[in-house]
Design a protein around this ligand. Structure first.
Ligand SMILES: [Zn+2]
Length: 146
């Protein structure tokens, strides 16, 4: 993960007044002519990139959850069962950790962005399913009940 550079690159963000998409190189909004300060623009652009990061992280959570299914099924297949179990255990704990990380990183984001509320919905769903999987689908591996 790189750090965000706000000075050398142009970033897009919604105008604080009219919500039209503008960028950090503009001194005023071309749609509603609200003056945009450099600091405001930098803050807004940083928030916008955090929102898009939150969305892509949330869709990654969903993909990981989907990957659990083939590993879970593989655990019933002869010759694949050990790999299936190992993968299943690894992924279910990885999802739990990643979901917690998502909430730590993005729970404090105050935004009315519809994409972000969708991402938060995904994170809530994945959290709930992940908790159920951890509680219900226990596995015996190396003498451990995990
Ligand atoms: Zn505007």
């Amino acid at each position: 993960m790189g750090t965000l550079s706000l000075t050398s690159e142009v970033h897009v963000f919604p105008c604080p007044n009219c919500r039209e998409t503008i960028n950090t190189s503009m001194q005023q909004c071309p749609f509603c002519h609200t003056p945009i300060s450099t600091a405001d623009a930098a803050t807004a652009a940083a928030e916008t990139s955090r929102i898009s990061q939150a969305c892509s992280d949330a869709s990654y959570l969903k993909i990981m959850l989907g990957v659990l299914i083939p590993f879970g099924l593989a655990s019933f297949v002869p010759f694949l069962s050990f790999i299936g179990l190992l993968g299943f255990v690894f992924i279910k704990y990885a999802i739990a950790v990643m979901t917690i990380r998502w909430w730590i990183k993005y729970a404090n984001l105050k935004t009315s962005d519809p994409d972000f509320s969708k991402a938060r919905g995904t994170a809530i769903l994945v959290s709930a399913i992940s908790a159920l999987v951890l509680i219900i689908f226990r596995v015996h591996l190396y003498g451990l009940h995990i």
